[in-house]
Design a binder for this molecule. Structure first.
Ligand SMILES: [Zn+2]
Ligand SMILES: [Zn+2]
Length: 177
C-alpha cells in the first residue's frame, strides 16, 4: 500500500490490513515473522507532513542470545509518526529545524510505502536482548552443548580434584582464544 500525499490531501486513509509472513521485507536476518501482521491505522496529511497513527500486532521467531534456541515473541506496538517531504526540507534553511523535530522521518517524491513504515516499527519493537527464559543456562563455552537440555562433561571437571589442574589449563587456553 502506497501512501500518496496527493490522495491524503483529499481525504484521510483508514487502514486495516493483514500481511502474511514473507509479504513485508523486515530488513533483518535475526528474526522472522511467523503469524500475520495486523495493522490498524489512520494516515492523513497535516501541514504538509504525513501523519500515521495506529497500532500493529504480529508474532516473531527470534534466537535466544544465550542458547541459540528459537524463541517466539508477540509484538504489539502503538505508533504516532510524522514524515516530512525531503523536497520541502531542501527548500528550508536547515538551521530552522529544531532538535525536537529530529524525531520526524522523511519521504521522497509523492509519498511512502506502508510496508516500509511497518518494517521499521517492528524492528523498533524488538527487545534489546532476547532470552528464551530467565534461567536459560546457555551453551557450554567448551563443547557447545545446550545446557538446558543436557549436562556435559566439561562442567564436571572443575569439581573433580584430580582434574582441577587440567580444567585450569583449559580455562587459560579458552581465555587466550
Ligand atoms: Zn536460551
Ligand atoms: Zn561442555
Amino acid at each position: 500500500m502506497f501512501l500518496d500525499v496527493h490522495e491524503l490531501a483529499l481525504h484521510k486513509a483508514r487502514i486495516r490490513k493483514t500481511y502474511a509472513p514473507g509479504t513485508i521485507d523486515l530488513h533483518s536476518a535475526d528474526f522472522r515473522q511467523i503469524e500475520p501482521l495486523e495493522v490498524r491505522a489512520t494516515a492523513e496529511l497535516l501541514d504538509g507532513q504525513i501523519r500515521i497513527t495506529g497500532n500493529l500486532h504480529t508474532k516473531l521467531e527470534l534466537i535466544c542470545a544465550r542458547c541459540l534456541d528459537t524463541v517466539t515473541e508477540e509484538i504489539s506496538k502503538d505508533f504516532d509518526l510524522f514524515y516530512r517531504s525531503m523536497t520541502t526540507i531542501a527548500e528550508e534553511d536547515e538551521a530552522q529545524l529544531n532538535l525536537d523535530e529530529m524525531d520526524i522521518g522523511f519521504f521522497e517524491g509523492d509519498g511512502m510505502f506502508l510496508a516500509d513504515i511497518l518494517a521499521e516499527q517492528v524492528n523498533l519493537a524488538l527487545p534489546m536482548k532476547v532470552i528464551c527464559r530467565s534461567d536459560c543456562r546457555g551453551l557450554c563455552p567448551h563443547c557447545g552443548v545446550n545446557l538446558n537440555n543436557e549436562e556435559c562433561r566439561c562442567e564436571k571437571h572443575p569439581s573433580d580434584a584430580r582434574m582441577a589442574p587440567l580444567a585450569r589449563l583449559k580455562q587459560d587456553w579458552s581465555k587466550k582464544q
